[in-house]
Design a protein around this ligand. Sequence first.
Ligand SMILES: [Fe+2]
Length: 249
Amino acid sequence: MIFRQLLEPVSSTYTYLLGCEETGQAVLVDPVVNSMDRDLQLIQGLGLRLAYTLDTHIHADHITAARELKQRVGSRIAAPAFDRLPCVDFGMEEGRPLQVGSIELAGLHTPGHTDGHFAYVAGERVFTGDALLIDGCGRTDFQNGDAQALYRSVTHKLFALPDETLVYPAHDYAGRHVSSIAQEKARNPRLGAGRTLDEFREIMANLNLPYPKFIDYAVPGNRECGLCPPDLPQALEQYCRTMSQSPQG
Ligand SMILES: [Fe+2]
């Protein structure tokens, strides 16, 4: 399998490219609209054809490239069925994996950051979205977030994966690239090292994070599988503007 981790720097989002060497089919996990040209160039350079985009959840901090990529290269849109978005071609559910050539992506419903959030397992890798980050986790105070649900998703579902499973998160704000289930179990300061549910709730209730500056545009745009709002204030235009092309990640 061809595998690349690609950084979108405006929202520090990681997009993942998985390519099947036998069929030439590819899937992008959590593609971002402003880095779409860079990602397409890479896919074409590798001799692959984008068959699917796959989102982990309805993002609040960037616009998914799912809709634009579908229009541009005919890729199909996969996303959690839970959110019932009419623009989705393949609704991800537990027990109904997405097959892209020889690549199988199995969904795990991991609510808590959002209620519809999914993580995806592909062989020895898990794409954890915002449910589990390296030494952290996504916030639980918007989009039907729920600290108790997130605790259960991480400790019962993600930590139940084999210890050596590689953890690829949707974000990292400190330049880290990959972790493992064993490492997060052992040292994640919020959810690992035997943290109890009560301790986790206390941590999440006291993060004092600012209001997400892009959420009021991103969520409605992403409920349409990635529409850039026409009324974007100038300060937020970078979220929809094509980023300068430079090799990343
Ligand atoms: Fe998120």
